[in-house]
Design a protein around this ligand. Structure first.
Ligand code: WT7
Length: 656
């Protein structure tokens, strides 16, 4: 890890917020003081101030059975009511909740009153389909308002949603539907991407087909289909239902029932190291408290005037917490965009910021780097002067991209919040508060008020300023994951075993503290890759490669990439029989396409190298660290633990 620490050492620039920003900001240093004095009391205050409780809680945290936490355990609430009805009751029903823009340029602005009605209708439809408390509903949709509506309708019924990113393949969808035992799938005929309709319904059909084998129980009873792309779709009578046939006809009367604070809200699958996706489970009261709290203070939210835009897809945790739950709980007005940043022209994002007067932009370093590559002349053509705050999430943002973001997009003045968190943490954990913190390009800086984080050594001892180590969360937090769906052992092993004695959560990230005590994130300490801000597991892609008939063995690493942060690089050993009849180039191309189809385009390897051997330890473990050296064109590191030390020079030669 020390090599990763080195190149971060020299950043010393600091950017305090302007006096004008400070004067209007809601951020108050008293937040830190209150939280430090009484952490649980602080969270109880947030839960009471930010949410409506049908039944107030009397207990804040129950940590008697770690790592299974209960927050606000005897309280009751309805998550959707908190995001919708109560705003209408408070008289802000006319405020726009979502300005939605489709990729082809069609648009809709939906007020809180309208959104509330739509969610009530959808909840009635789902209830008619038999969805109730604790049932699972899979959501496989493009970035259209129905995605948010579906999530909230499921939440309103006390059921559990599992959103599957629309870019995932039928196989990925299938494993997620099966693991969760979904009763209903909500999808669309397709959605617009890069100027074309990308179909979704066929993947759902495929994921539900061929269920006659043993142990292949079909749990899905209905598929609710939104018409978006205008595609013809195959239809299974009795199972498939058009959204437009049932939702508009449904009643907009629906009273939100109260559910326990620990009622599950959603499962979101994330890649694990074993290749089997992990269903990260989040519950209601604590999650919504932290989503609302962080969205309010990290983005210095002024809900009456701000137009907020988080560019994440709802298929990722950022879309859950900072498109759906945080902003809507806070009564914010936001922009939602269906398509890709470059369609129909490379200035599309900047055009949207100008059109809607966006004031807060939250995006990923990978997007910023791809805009940097295109050049500042593109954003310079648009009026971005409404922007007053910028955010970054998903991977470390290198100081160069940070500076470009501030200067070119933020007009040289806006604060930037670099927010560290994970699918598992549910909400932002480490971030500057823009009205208080003097920002440092490249550093996520400090744990938020109420969050306890340390950089520790292998033994769990906090390191001193200036030193590196492992990022550990030392106290439970409201939006923490409550488990891995159906696998409590995996939950304990993955996150809690490393620092079992101390009761710390191990985030899996390396970090260092600088001389001021600010945090610098250094990436995953294991082999999981981060492509465009999305965590992909080596094992999942390797399983996919090996599933191809030509492949004997495969190893995958993440190699640094200018645009996507990391890119997938695969090393593949072919079966002898295929070597004779095919060219390595032809097979490499086939394998790239194959992975794209099996897992999704995001997992498609940038490079596939056909090699004769893979570097392994004596116990047979692939040493990915060495392959990463090759993939990044470095001299190969320490090979002493290899079973066969000659193997690396052979691989290097083959790659060249
Ligand atoms: C991993 C979590 C949080 C939503 C998007 C990704 C990396 C995330 C930062 C940041 C450095 C970051 C970490 C983390 N990461 N944000 N600001 N600086 N690294 O969610 O897929 O669960 O991935 O993304 O490695 O552990 P995720």
């Amino acid at each position: 890890m020390s090599s990763q620490i080195d190149h971060l050492l020299n950043e010393s620039r600091q950017f305090p917020p302007s006096p004008e920003f400070v004067a209007q900001s809601i951020d108050d240093p008293a937040l830190y003081e209150r939280a430090a004095a009484d952490r649980e009391g602080f969270w109880a205050d947030q839960a009471r101030e930010l949410l409506h409780w049908h039944k107030p809680f009397t207990e804040v945290l129950d940590w008697t059975n770690p790592p299974f936490a209960k927050w606000f355990g005897d309280g009751e609430l309805n998550v959707a009511y908190n995001c919708l009805d109560r705003h209408v009751e408070a008289g802000i029903g006319d405020r726009v909740a979502i300005h939605w823009e489709g990729e082809p340029g069609d648009s809709r602005s939906i007020t809180y009153a309208e959104l509330t009605d739509e969610v009530r209708r959808t909840a009635n439809v789902l209830a008619d389909l038999g969805v109730g408390e604790g049932d699972r509903v899979a959501i496989y949709l493009p970035m259209i308002p129905e995605a948010v509506i579906s999530m909230l309708a499921v939440a309103r019924l006390g059921a559990i949603h599992s959103v599957v990113f629309g870019g995932f393949s039928a196989d990925s969808l299938r494993s997620r539907i099966d693991d969760a035992g979904a009763k209903v799938v909500i999808t669309a005929d397709g959605g617009y991407r890069k100027g074309k309709v990308s179909a979704l319904k066929p993947a759902v059909d495929q994921s539900l087909a061929d269920r006659n084998g043993e142990g292949e129980q079909q749990t899905v009873e209905h598929v609710l289909v939104v018409k978006r792309g205008g595609n013809d779709v195959e239809w299974t009578e009795g199972r498939d239902i058009w959204w437009h046939d049932v939702v508009p006809a449904a009643s907009a009367e629906h009273e939100a029932q109260a559910f326990g604070a620990e009622n599950p809200l959603f499962i979101l699958y994330t890649s694990g190291t074993t290749g089997k996706p992990k269903g990260i489970l989040h519950t209601s009261g604590g999650y919504l408290t932290q989503a609302a709290y962080t969205h309010k203070y990290v983005f210095d939210l002024h809900p009456e005037t701000d137009v907020y835009w988080c560019t994440a897809d709802i298929g990722w945790i950022t879309g859950h917490s900072y498109v759906t739950y945080g902003p809507l709980a806070n009564g914010a007005t936001q922009l939602m965009y269906e398509g890709t940043p470059d369609a129909p022209h490379p200035g599309r994002w900047w055009e949207l910021i100008q059109k809607y007067g966006v004031t807060i932009l939250y995006t990923a370093p990978t997007a910023i780097r791809s805009f940097m590559k295109l050049g500042r002349q593109i954003p310079n053509e648009f009026d971005l002067s409404t922007l007053r705050l910028l955010g970054s999430v998903g991977e470390p943002i290198n100081p160069e991209a940070w500076m470009w973001y501030r200067e070119v997009i933020g007009g040289g003045e806006t604060p930037i919040v670099d927010t560290w968190w994970q699918t598992e943490t549910g909400g932002i954990m480490v971030s500057p508060l823009p009205g208080i913190t003097a920002a440092k390009p490249g550093s996520a800086q400090v744990p938020l008020p109420g969050i306890s984080i340390d950089v520790v050594d292998e033994q769990g001892n906090a390191v001193e300023n200036g030193a590196g180590g492992l990022l550990a969360i030392t106290k439970p937090w409201p939006a923490m994951l409550r488990g891995v769906w159906g696998d409590p052992e995996r939950f304990k092993e993955t996150y809690w075993e490393k620092f079992e004695e101390q009761g710390f959560y191990f985030a899996g990230d390396g970090a260092r503290l600088d001389e001021d005590g600010d945090l610098w994130l250094l990436g995953r300490v294991d082999d999981v890759m981060n492509v465009s801000g999305h965590r992909l597991s080596t094992a999942e892609i390797e399983s996919s490669l090996v599933a191809h008939e030509a492949t004997a063995e495969a190893a995958v690493v993440g190699a640094s990439d200018e645009t996507t942060g990391q890119a997938v690089v695969a090393f593949v050993i072919l079966k002898e029989s295929f070597l004779a009849e095919h060219t390595p180039e032809g097979l490499a191309t086939q394998l790239r396409t194959w992975v794209g189809e099996q897992i999704g385009p995001i997992a498609r390897p940038r490079d596939v190298y056909i090699v004769g051997e893979l570097p392994k330890t004596r116990s047979g473990k692939i040493m990915r660290r060495l392959l990463r050296d090759v993939a990044e064109g470095r001299e190969v590191g320490d090979t002493t633990t290899l079973a066969d030390t000659a193997v690396m020079s052979i691989i290097s030669a083959q790659v060249k």
